[in-house]
Write a protein that binds this ligand. Structure first.
Ligand code: ATP
Ligand code: MG
Length: 224
């Protein structure tokens, strides 16, 4: 089995997330991708984030009908701040024996990895798929990690990946570039502009239906 773990804030989930995940699923012939919304995001403290259940609900609406996509509430159940290393360890312990894990993230997030908890250990625990994102062109590890970490990974032409001492690889993949972000969607909602065709229709309906509620006023009023 090959599982993709796609972590994020998903505030809200959008077509950039969904299309990229679909392409990664196909490229790596994954059996499934789990969307894993962050509970408390340690690196996003500058604004209020929509409560977990709304973000999770929108993911459910977005992935309905795609049998290869599912969602996990592990980061909410665990409580406290969400750290990817704990999430990966959880799936290493609970997935069927022999399951290969692919942690999926965009290049902007990958560049922030040296700020993550136990990131050196995390790099050795599973594979990473780094998806292109408009504005980010890097296709190697230099400049992202210190040289001692870069030296641990060797480029393997056959798999087009950088393989580390534990046998897991980091893959940079060029996908359909979709310049869609949750920040832009929140800004559009706040200024009463359309978000049609940026998020799936059921997600748009959910946002519009809830935009008067207290929770969604968080979404609307606390923008940077
Ligand atoms: P925000 O603007 O609030 O940061 P976002 O659109 O970046 O939201 P996140 O929830 O932060 O969404 O992203 C989750 C993961 O998906 C991250 O690894 C991010 O890099 C990746 N990602 C988000 N949008 C895209 C996109 N359009 N193309 C490729 N990767 C993306
Ligand atoms: Mg982001």
């Amino acid at each position: 089995m090959k599982w993709g773990l796609f972590g994020g804030t998903f505030d809200p989930v959008h077509l950039g997330h969904l299309r990229c995940a679909e392409e990664v699923l196909e490229l790596f012939t994954l059996d499934k991708i789990l969307f894993i919304p962050a509970g408390i995001q340690p690196l996003k403290t500058d604004r209020d984030i929509l409560p977990f259940h709304h973000r999770e609900r929108m993911i459910r609406l977005a992935i309905e009908g795609n049998p290869s996509f599912s969602t996990s509430g592990i980061e909410d159940r665990r409580g406290g701040r969400s750290y990817s290393i704990e999430t990966v360890r959880h799936f290493l312990n609970t997935a069927p024996a022999g399951t290969e894990l692919y942690f999926i993230l965009g290049q902007d997030a990958f560049h922030e990895m040296p700020m993550w908890k136990e990131w050196r250990e995390l790099l050795q625990l599973c594979n990473f798929v780094v998806m292109t994102r408009p504005g980010y062109e890097t296709k190697n590890l230099t400049g992202i990690f210190p040289s001692d970490v870069v030296a641990l990974f060797h480029y393997d032409g056959a798999s087009d990946g950088f393989t580390g001492p534990a046998g897991h690889s980091i893959f940079f993949r060029g996908l359909t570039l979709l310049d869609i972000s949750s920040t832009d969607i929140r800004n559009r909602v706040k200024t009463h502009r359309s978000i049609r065709h940026l998020v799936p229709d059921p997600v748009r309906d959910y946002i519009l239906k809830n935009s008067d509620s207290d929770y969604f006023s968080l979404f609307l009023d606390n923008l940077p």
